[in-house]
Design a protein around this ligand. Structure first.
Ligand SMILES: Nc1ncnc2c1ncn2[C@@H]1O[C@H](COP(=O)(O)OP(=O)(O)O)[C@@H](O)[C@H]1O
Ligand SMILES: [Mg+2]
Length: 241
C-alpha cells in the first residue's frame, strides 16, 4: 500500500499584497491580473510515492521546495496542478501554522489540538505532561505562542506530533533546532517510530543521518525532483549541486 502519492504536482503560492486595498476596491480587474503575475512557483511537476512503513528523506538547498512538499502531504497546502493522495492519519504539522493558534499558550494549543484530534479529556491530560516535558519549553509553555521563536515552535510541534499516534510522521528540520540533547532525543524518537513500522517523511540537512535513517531519499532542486532512490546516491547528487 502507498501511504503517499504525488502525481505531477505543481504548487504556486499567490502573493496577496499587490497594490493594497485601494487597488482591490477600485481597480479590481487590474488587481486580479496583478495577482496572477505574482504567483511564486514552489514545486514543479513532482511525482513520487511513499510505501507503508517506508522512511523517506527529502533533501535540497534552501528554497528548493521541501517544506512545500511536506505541507502538501499534511494537507495544509493544496496543489495548483496534479494530485496528492494520502492514506492514513498524519501527525499534525503544527509549525506550519495549520493547527496552532498564536494567541493561545503552548499548553492551551496542545489541549485544543487534542480535542481536534478527537482525544478524550483523560487522554489529553495524560499526554499533556509528556508533551510539555519533551518540548523543554519551561515557563514558555504558559505564554502565547506568538512570542515563541521558530525553534521553540518547531519543538512544540514535534513534541505534539510524536505523542499523537500517526500512521505517517512528518518532520521538517526539527533536528536542526534546539540543543544537542534535544536533537539526540528527537532522533531517538524518530528511530522508535521507524522500529514500530511507521511511515516517516523527513527533511534534514544532516547527511550522515539521511544515509543511516532513510530507506529512500528524494533530492529536490530548484522546485523539481532531481533524484529519487538510494540515500547514499542521493547524498552524492545533493553534494554535487
Ligand atoms: N507562504 C509562501 N508564500 C510565497 N512563497 C513561498 C511561501 N512559502 C515558500 N515560498 C517560496 O516557495 C519556494 C519553496 O519554498 P520551501 O518549500 O519553503 O523551500 P525549502 O523548505 O526547501 O527551503 C521558495 O522560493 C519560497 O520562497
Ligand atoms: Mg523548509
Amino acid at each position: 500500500m502507498n501511504r503517499v502519492e504525488f502525481k505531477n504536482v505543481t504548487k504556486y503560492y499567490t502573493l496577496l499584497q499587490t497594490g493594497g486595498i485601494k487597488d482591490f476596491l477600485f481597480h479590481l480587474p487590474s488587481y486580479l491580473r496583478g495577482l496572477r503575475k505574482n504567483r511564486i512557483l514552489a514545486l514543479k511537476n513532482v511525482s513520487f510515492s511513499v510505501a507503508d512503513g517506508e522512511v523517506v528523506a527529502i533533501i535540497g538547498k534552501n528554497g528548493a521546495g521541501k517544506s512545500t512538499t511536506l505541507g502538501l502531504i499534511a494537507g495544509v497546502l493544496v496543489p495548483t496542478e496534479g494530485e496528492v493522495v494520502v492514506n492514513g492519519r498524519i501527525a499534525p504539522l503544527l509549525e506550519l501554522g495549520a493547527g496552532f493558534h498564536p494567541d493561545l499558550t503552548g499548553r492551551e494549543n496542545i489541549i485544543l489540538n487534542g480535542i481536534l484530534l478527537g482525544m478524550t479529556k483523560r487522554e489529553i491530560t495524560e499526554k499533556l505532561e509528556q508533551i510539555i516535558e519533551f518540548s523543554e519549553l519551561g515557563d514558555f509553555i504558559d505564554k502565547p505562542i506568538r512570542i515563541y521563536s521558530s525553534g521553540m515552535l518547531s519543538r512544540l510541534g514535534f513534541s505534539v506530533a510524536v505523542h499523537s499516534n500517526p500512521d505517517i510522521l512528518l518532520v521538517d528540520e526539527v533536528l536542526s533546532v534546539g540543543d544537542i540533547e534535544f536533537q539526540k532525543k528527537s532522533i531517538r524518537k524518530i528511530y522508535e517510530f521507524k522500529e514500530r513500522g511507521k511511515t516517516i517523511v523527513f527533511v534534514s540537512h544532516d547527511m550522515p543521518l539521511v544515509k543511516e535513517l532513510a530507506d529512500k531519499a528524494i533530492v529536490i532542486n530548484n522546485r523539481e525532483k532531481l533524484f529519487e532512490g538510494d540515500p547514499k546516491e542521493a547524498v552524492k547528487v545533493y553534494e554535487s549541486l
